[in-house]
Every structure is written in structure tokens, then in C-alpha cells.
Design a binder for this molecule. Structure first.
Ligand code: HMG
Ligand code: MG
Length: 310
């Protein structure tokens, strides 16, 4: 895959905050999203329409979508697990949906879909096919997620053929892209390489994204491995926020700052848009510090810490 343009999907306001113990006020989420958009990020996950009993932190997503500035050319996807979530989103506006994109999610093991969605992989795919069809009918674009692509917290090493099959189903049902979730953050670069080569047998690499948690410190290496294998969309989280409530012990996503830093002066160029400016590393780093301090801690981004220590 020849282009050197890399797209980032900022997942901090969703993946980053869904796991927080204390309630994060809607106003803080809104400010985080607005700052990220002004900093040039063009894909910013704004939250989830999931059950508040399952993930209490995402309960305010409707308010968030209502209150953020809608910058032109910025996509604000929200996670939707079922028809109820889609209908809740669509009911917010009679004119046009409050976002132009949803993300549907499943996994490569039944143990994980059971913990995260209370159903099997097959049942989740049936549900998501109907959600995707209806979302496409309403003019939304749909992104798919496959979790636990390398290892599962409940069933150990993942069978990459299963990742390939699930990713293909998501594309076949109409997802424009499938993000491969290394949920537990234990994956090693050579494993990521092997997994990607398996998935690429059925899904064009142009349609794949990499989503790496950093529990064992391999996330940035896994990002570079994904790029070497042709992936050009990377999910990242400002300040390295994040974790999945159904993956015990997993830490945040690869930090947006760390990805930007690693790619500076490389042949890869990160696409950003705000007023034609490229995404400024210092600005993202400051946002990482701001949100981390609002949550009562230091930034988890190594680059963020290094820049402040200078
Ligand atoms: P269930 O309990 O089987 O659902 O959960 P149900 O249909 O039996 O409904 C139970 C209750 O939830 C009912 O309310 C429903 O109305 C309500 P009650 O009658 O008890 O008052 N309900 C909803 N409420 C709001 N929004 C909805 C909704 N649906 C039902 N959409 C369900 C099934 C899918 C709802 C649940 O399992 C769920 O919400 N799961 C979401 C889990 C989640 O958000 N996980 C984190 C995101 S995935 C992730 O982080 C991984 C990723 O980052 C990639 C990676 O790292 O791998 C993407
Ligand atoms: Mg995640």
C-alpha cells in the first residue's frame, strides 16, 4: 500500500474516559473534544450509546453530542452496540443525525463478546448487520471494531483466522473500515505482523486500522509494525488515556503524542485539517496534560512527560 499519509482516530474521549472510576462532567468531555478538533484531529470518538448499567461513564454522550462545536470536516463517531443505541442516537434530532458516523463492535472470541456484549460472536454479528444496514440507510458511515485480535483476557491466545473471518463479515455488512483492537495490550510486534498478514488474505489493507493498548509497553512498536504492513489508520488516545472495563488490568491506548513524535521526520505524514495546519505535537501534549490533571494524575504519554521536563 503505497501512500505515506497516516490518519489518526482519536479515541481519548471514548476509550480514554469509559474506564474512569469518578464521573467526568459533560463540560470536561466537551472541552476535550473541542480542543482536539482545534488541534487538527479530524476523527474524534465522542462517546457511546451503550447501556449505562454496563458503562456508566458514557451515559452523557447525548449531551456531549449536543454541546460540542461541530467543526467542518471533523467526524465525531459514537459507539453503538445494538438497535436501541442507534435509535437513541437518531431520536436526538428530527433534522439530521447529530453525528455522521457510528462504530459497531464485536470481538474475535466468544468469551470476550460474552463479557462485553452479553452474546456470542455470531449473535453480535447478526445484531450489528441490522444496525449497520439501518445506519447506512440514514446516511451514516459505519466503522467496525474487532477486539482481542492477539490475545483475550478470558481465553488466551487468539486464533487469527477468527480475526480474519470477523473482520471480513464487518466489511461485508457495510463497514467502511475495520479497526483491529489489541485490547489487552500484551501483543508483540511479530504477533501483530502475523495477525495482519492473516487478515489481509480477506480484507484489503486500505480498510484496516490498528488499535493498540499499551499495557506491556509495546503499543508504539505495534503501530510501526502495522504501518510497515500497510495499515494507514491508527487509533490513539491523547495522554495515553484508556482501557476497556471488560479487559481487567489493560491500560490506555497508545498516546496520540507518542505516535506523532515517532512519525516526525519519517516518510510518514500524519493527516490533520484545522485551518490547513498540521497537527502540532506541543498542543496535543498540552491537551494530554490538561485532561490528565483534570482526572487527578500526570499524563501517561512518555512524550508528554519529556516535553514538560525540558
Ligand atoms: P444486555 O443486558 O444483554 O441488554 O446488554 P438487554 O437488551 O437485555 O438490556 C438490558 C438493559 O439495558 C435494559 O434496560 C435496556 O433497555 C438497556 P432495563 O430494562 O434493565 O432498564 N439497554 C440500553 N440502554 C442504553 N443504550 C443501549 C441499550 N441497550 C440496552 N444501547 C448491551 C447488552 C449490548 C446493551 C450491553 O452489553 C452493553 O451496553 N455493552 C457495551 C459494553 C461497552 O461499551 N464496552 C466498551 C466499548 S468496547 C471497547 O472498549 C473495545 C474497543 O476499544 C476496541 C478494543 O480495545 O478492543 C472498541
Ligand atoms: Mg480499546
Amino acid at each position: 500500500y503505497s501512500t505515506n499519509l497516516v490518519r489518526l482516530v482519536e479515541v481519548g474521549p471514548r476509550d480514554g474516559l469509559q474506564n474512569e472510576k469518578g464521573a467526568v462532567p459533560v463540560s470536561v468531555k466537551v472541552e476535550l473534544i473541542n480542543r482536539l478538533a482545534r488541534a487538527g484531529l479530524v476523527n474524534i470518538e465522542a462517546g457511546s450509546f451503550v447501556s449505562p448499567k454496563w458503562v456508566p461513564q458514557m451515559a452523557g454522550t447525548a449531551d456531549v453530542l449536543n454541546q460540542i462545536e461541530k467543526y467542518p470536516n471533523v467526524h465525531y463517531p459514537v459507539l453503538v452496540p445494538n438497535q436501541r443505541g442507534l435509535q437513541d442516537l437518531l431520536s436526538l434530532s428530527t433534522v439530521r443525525p447529530l453525528t455522521d458516523e457510528i462504530a459497531v463492535f464485536t470481538a474475535a472470541t466468544d468469551a470476550f463478546t460474552n463479557a462485553n456484549l452479553n452474546c456470542t460472536i455470531a449473535e453480535s454479528l447478526t445484531r450489528l448487520a441490522s444496525v449497520t444496514r439501518d445506519a447506512l440507510d440514514r446516511g451514516l458511515r459505519v466503522r467496525g471494531y474487532v477486539s482481542v485480535v492477539i490475545a483475550c483476557p478470558y481465553s488466551g491466545k487468539t486464533d487469527y483466522k477468527q480475526v480474519r473471518a470477523v473482520a471480513k463479515e464487518l466489511v461485508d455488512m457495510g463497514c467502511y473500515q475495520v479497526s483491529l483492537g489489541e485490547t489487552v495490550g500484551q501483543g508483540r510486534p511479530h504477533e501483530v505482523a502475523e495477525m495482519l498478514e492473516e487478515v489481509k488474505k480477506d480484507v484489503p489493507v486500505e480498510k484496516l486500522a490498528g488499535h493498540f493498548h499499551d499495557t506491556y509497553g509495546t503499543a508504539i512498536a505495534n503501530v510501526l509494525t502495522a504501518l510497515e504492513h500497510g495499515v494507514r489508520t491508527i487509533d490513539s488516545s491523547v495522554g495515553g488515556l484508556g482501557g476497556c472495563p471488560y479487559s481487567p488490568g489493560a491500560t490506555g491506548n497508545v498516546a496520540t503524542e507518542d505516535v506523532l513524535y515517532a512519525l516526525q521526520t519519517s516518510p510518514y505524514q500524519v493527516v490533520g485539517s484545522y485551518q490547513g495546519k498540521t497537527i502540532d505535537l506541543e498542543t496535543i501534549s498540552e491537551i494530554g496534560w490538561w485532561i490528565s490533571e483534570a482526572l487527578g494524575r500526570e499524563t501517561a504519554s512518555r512524550v508528554g512527560r519529556a516535553l514538560r521536563a525540558r
